[in-house]
Ligand binder design. Sequence first.
Ligand code: SF4
Length: 720
Amino acid sequence: LSGCRRWPEENLVPQTSDPEGRIPGLPEVYATTMELSGVGVGLLAVSYDGRPIKIEGNPMHPFSRVTERYGSADAFAQASVLELYDPDRSRGVYVREASQYRSSNLSALRETFANSLGNGAGVVVLSEGSGGPSAADMRQRFAAKFPKAKWFEYEPISPDNERVATKQVFGQALRPVLKLDHADVVVSLDADLLGAHPAHTRYAADWSKRRKSADQGQMNRVYVAESAFTITGAAADSRLPVRPSRLPGIATALAAKLGVTGIRPVGTLTADEQKFVDAAAADLKSAGAKGAVAAGSHVAPDVQAVALASNSALGAIGQSMMLLPVIDADRPTHAQGIRLVAEQLKSGQVKTLIVIGGNPAYDAPADLEMAKLIGQAKNSVHLSGYRNETSLATQWHVPRAHFLEAWGDTRAYDGTVSIAQPLIEPLFGGISTIEFLALLSGDQVTAGADIVRRAIEPLLPDADKDVAFRRALHDGLIANSATAAVVPMANAVAVKAPVEAQGWEVRFHADPSVYDGRFANNGWLQETPDPLSKLVWDNAALFSKQDAQVLGISSGDMIALTVGERSLDIVTFILPGQPVGVIGLPLGYGRAAAGNVGTGVGFDTYRLRSSAKLFEASGAMVKKLGRTYPLSTTQNHDILDRVGIQGMAERVGEKGGSGAIVRQTTLSEYRKNPRAAHPHGYHNVNLQLFDPPSKFNDPHAWGMAVDMSTCIGCNACVVA
Ligand code: SF4
């Protein structure tokens, strides 16, 4: 019997001296940075007893600061701590031999590649977007060592149409940065400024400042014409859901009304579009330099060029919109890059393929058949945090360290150099991108800390570089390192008349939970409801209510969706607010090798995406399949019965009216009577988080008060 067992008696010696400078149980906070699609965000990582457990925004960072004490971090940054401890992360170097993978090591990899890279002839590097000084420095060193090697970048959610547009208008590749705290009137043409935009945390903080200012009569006004339902559209004062093919007409009509030289409206507007354009143009004209027109970075370069020319005509360049020169202005766009890599693989020119991060076997345009082509490369390696679809197509796989485990640096959206320092040793033995490049190049400097120091030293301001370096590590950034804005003259812009789109239009977009698919194995993000559809653990083809009636479909019906030559069986979801005639297709699901959490979740909409049309396509066909698929949505969570439905009606109120919780009024009514939105008088809060004050010493309870005038539904607090 176990109760009769006698364990041997042993004397144990406790450790009585703590590591110097550390008090067990007290949190330590370090500044760091996380990069997403080549753009860094400034963060603080909170560590308990050597383990990072929480992420916050860095209030010292100009692109994360909300107040002197608080910074903002989005849902992806908040969820990054779960990824750090994900047991599905890659745990070692693997090499394929006779179609089987076996465990290997970095020395074997170095030997193999040292012999095969030569002068770089036949070597192709396909990298995810990266913008930090160390990565740029290592890339230069790699190019110096292997001068004939070719380097391309690819991001599936690419903003590169922006480069094409700025070259067209200003003669150079520039990054437009909005000053939403300055702008009185903002017109968005399919730009999800508060959601999917790389600068969304800065924009949301600036935007909210102008929504809190109703009492001073300085509230901004936001117009959004969009081909997908976004949180920016949901927060807009005036929203126009449109087909993607309508944007050139709307942009040119707006520009013509603003008096942009040489722009003539293309096509004819509908009554709703005309009303939108008239109102937006009138407000923009009166705002002048305090107005801004923002086009989505995925939108066709022609349309973006018209928006930029409109800002120029308003005098907004240098006021509501800054233009920053981009550092790698001459690289091929992501769309060109992935096509060139595919062509070279197909022609057999590639002896060695080096894939840094990303997952092109999964997320490259379907017509390129990248998974097959990568598998054909004679020699290939993939550096990645997970053994994903691309790792399973390459010959070698090398585990990449998490950003909380490695030295590194990034550039924020405004160019500010931000620094990442490791809070913990790599849990699964990974190496960083810069260490990987040092290893392949045979660089004498191999430690991440030394590579970062070497790259950023010329950027440090003080004569005493040691002091300046420590300061930069403490702050998480190099002060005043943002890119200086320019105010170039605009060239005349020519816009081709759009071809009238036929049939259903589809619109591909990043998913708020899994982005482009890279966060598919993050259970916190999968569990977080989509801000608008409230779907969890799935994506779906999104239809407007009107289109669903025409097709005779309901949420949960399976359809065969055909775009060009490719077809996908996918579930449907009816989303009020979805533009009529447009099928929304969130990317990033249907992964085949995400991990235990994300593999097989949802539908792989990349299979419908072609290299010619990365973000929208027309002429799609829909066929009902006569079967259903269960979707989970939290929209009506807890509203199970008649009592629940009545309760919701009381809280939300009639359409266009106010309920007990959701209250609305106009700004002019509010100015006359600040109680105008309270038709039922004060709301009597019966339920308290705390017991009566006498019991305040009992265990804590927490609550969160949300200002519904400024909440945009970004989900950061939900994940936090
Ligand atoms: S309260 Fe609203 S805006 Fe703030 S973090 Fe939460 S969802 Fe985002």
